[in-house]
Design a protein around this ligand. Structure first.
Ligand code: 13P
Length: 257
């Protein structure tokens, strides 16, 4: 199986979200073998998108969640509320949260723990900034992010553990990681995650994010180390997104996944 996750970030209002959700449904209808697709829209349109995706295989995800269950936390959205609106997934520690909203490793670990204890499946996002890659410390930096998020985490046996490798310099830059570098990092992430958590291998999924588009998606998705992609900008353009979904379908057909 391959996973195609669409992170719409803070881009679409109600009408645009409804139109794009309908278009996503249409492209999936034509595919013989489809990857698991999930859309991560803004909080304000989760309910609208859910209604369109109801009774389809398309999943719903949130871009963030509160750590606390309930109470006086103005502006936060709890995990219970996300469950209530029909979310399956939630992103945790996206690089934009880490860099623009000062989420450090400790806070990300708490958020991941809260989400892991719920019915949602969290997707832990990691990735090094350009300076760390240039100084040869990409592995060390990502290992530290993983270690601090996973070291005290209890993962229920039946639950999936998703980790998105999104190098900060590749996000929104049009400069995706080289396939060889990405495959190497995915291997490292998978083996570290396995060592730290002792979770069942088949339940650990490592996906790539950072300037994925219709042209480069096949090259990433055909790699065995790549369980899927987390797409930002290209998920807002239906032709690009269609190309990415088609690439996943082709890989799944060719590799009998
Ligand atoms: P882009 O695909 O726009 O580079 O964004 C990636 C991302 O941040 C997905 O979470």
């Amino acid at each position: 199986m391959k996973y195609i996750f669409a992170n719409w970030k803070m881009n679409l209002g109600i009408r645009e979200s409804i139109a794009l959700s309908r278009a996503v449904m249409r492209i999936l209808r034509g595919e013989e073998k489809t990857p698991i697709v999930s859309i991560f829209p803004s909080f304000t349109v989760l309910n609208d998108v859910r209604k369109i995706m109801a009774r389809s295989r398309v999943k719903l995800g949130a871009q963030n969640c509160a750590i606390e269950k309930k109470g006086s936390f103005t502006g936060e959205v709890s995990i219970g509320m996300l469950e209530d609106v029909g979310c399956d997934y939630v992103l945790v520690g996206h690089s934009e949260r880490r860099t623009l909203f000062a989420e450090d490793n400790e806070l990300v670990a708490k958020r991941l723990k809260s989400a892991m204890e719920s019915r949602l499946t969290p997707i832990l996002c990691v990735g090094e900034p350009a300076s760390e890659r240039e100084s040869g410390n990409a592995e060390g930096y990502v290992s530290e992010q993983l270690y601090s998020a996973l070291k005290d985490l209890k993962i229920p046996k039946q639950k999936d553990l998703f980790i998105a490798y999104e190098p900060v310099w590749a996000i929104g830059s049009g400069q995706a990681a080289l396939v060889a570098d990405m495959v190497f990092m995915h291997g490292l992430i998978r083996s570290l995650a396995k060592t730290i958590t002792d979770h069942q291998d088949s339940k650990i999924h490592v996906i790539y994010g950072g300037s994925v588009d219709a042209k480069n998606a096949y090259g990433f998705l055909r790699e065995a180390q790549v369980d899927g992609v987390l797409v930002g900008g290209a998920s807002l353009k239906i032709r690009e997104f269609e190309g990415i979904v088609q690439s996943a379908s082709e890989v799944m057909l060719a590799q009998e996944l």
